[in-house]
Write a protein that binds this ligand. Structure first.
Ligand SMILES: Cc1cc2nc3c(=O)[nH]c(=O)nc-3n(C[C@H](O)[C@H](O)[C@H](O)COP(=O)(O)OP(=O)(O)OC[C@H]3O[C@@H](n4cnc5c(N)ncnc54)[C@H](O)[C@@H]3O)c2cc1C
Length: 312
């Protein structure tokens, strides 16, 4: 039996589908990227564990994807297996009156909705981040002064051979866009424990609406993007530096520095990964020359080869 037949057998056991040549542009919020050779939508920890063991034993490359909202995928795609933790992996349960256990594919927006319905506060500022619990924990996503670090008490994950472990909040080593997982390739978060507090339902709803309104007014949400394209450098803000260099609206190919928010690179319709990389390189070099700050990219590369950019 060849590798693909073996993979198909595992998929049949877990009633999941092995798909071929899946468009990464169709599965990332940037709407950029070629095709992935193989794609599986995960629906159980057991199935995921078996697939990881298979990849481990067969030296098959894989990449874990949540909602694809912080990914820049190569124009030539990905020559491996995408393990997608999405709709099939998105249950939330209450462990006690204020502790939620969320499967890693659940969207932050849905956790925030669930929390509001149960009069729990703590998710409001994070509710507009368009990613999954797993992706948000991986990056220690944050907004408006809140971050995952403030509310995550524990998580479960599988290592690259499919063995399950638990990490406590401290062991997660969360810092600005950094976690245990950014340092441990091949690990997959399966669930995230989120500690919230009892609050007033009307105030919770009003706060979430306020944050949503701020995003709508300040961010170019009508264009495909991966959110803020550059990390916040110590002592300043990427958007401020880019704006000061007069780069708002600057464009290479279909990739543009948003007129609305200089921290966002947007896809104006037909941007390629190469356009984004060339634009980011130009911005990096100009900002460095004019301000002395060396900006780093925030999105995770998928299939992008080493050496295609120097600002990652
Ligand atoms: C319009 C817009 C606004 C945004 N605003 C913000 C913001 O305010 N703050 C912010 O921090 N980010 C923001 N982002 C970026 C993005 O939404 C977050 O980083 C989000 O947490 C990524 O989650 P995801 O599920 O989409 O992960 P993906 O983009 O799918 O993956 C990101 C990384 O996480 C890894 N990963 C995903 N799931 C798992 C898992 N289960 N186990 C292990 N690794 C995993 C992937 O391998 C990849 O390395 C924004 C993006 C957009 C498009």
């Amino acid at each position: 039996m060849n590798q693909i037949e073996e993979l198909e057998k595992i998929c049949q056991r877990y009633q999941i589908q092995l798909q071929n040549h899946i468009s990464l542009a169709g599965h990332t919020t940037f709407r950029i990227g070629g095709t992935a050779d193989l794609w599986i939508e995960i629906n159980s920890v057991q199935g995921l564990s078996e697939l990881l063991l298979f990849c481990h034993e067969n030296q098959m490359d894989y990449f874990v994807m949540g909602r694809g909202s912080n990914i820049l995928a190569s124009d030539s795609g990905y020559r491996g297996l995408i393990l997608h933790l999405g709709n099939e992996f998105s249950k939330i349960r209450m462990q006690n009156e204020s502790l939620l256990i969320c499967e890693s594919g659940v969207m932050l927006t849905n956790i925030a909705k669930f929390a509001a319905e149960h009069a729990l506060t703590g998710m409001e500022a994070l509710s507009g981040i368009p990613g999954t619990a797993g992706g948000a924990l991986f990056m220690n996503a944050g907004a408006y002064g809140s971050e995952m670090k403030d509310i995550v008490t524990e998580c479960r994950y599988l290592d690259s051979s499919g063995t399950e472990y638990t990490l406590t909040g401290q062991e997660l080593d969360l810092a600005y866009r950094h976690s245990f997982f950014t340092e441990h390739d091949g690990t997959v978060i399966t669930s995230v424990s989120i500690q919230l507090e009892k609050g007033n339902p009307e105030e919770i709803t009003a706060r979430s609406a306020d944050y949503a309104e701020r995003r709508k007014t300040k961010q170019p949400l009508n264009y495909p993007s991966a959110g803020s394209t550059f990390k916040r450098p110590d002592g300043s803000y990427a958007s401020k530096l880019i704006d000061e260099c007069g780069l708002k609206g600057f464009q290479i190919g279909g990739a543009q520095i948003s007129e609305k928010h200089a921290g966002f690179v947007i896809n104006t319709g037909n941007a390629t990964c190469q356009d984004v990389l060339a634009l980011c390189q130009y911005v990096h070099d100009k900002v460095l020359k004019e301000t002395g700050y060396s900006l780093e990219l925030e999105p995770v590369f998928l299939g992008v080869q080493d050496g295609e950019t120097t600002c990652s």
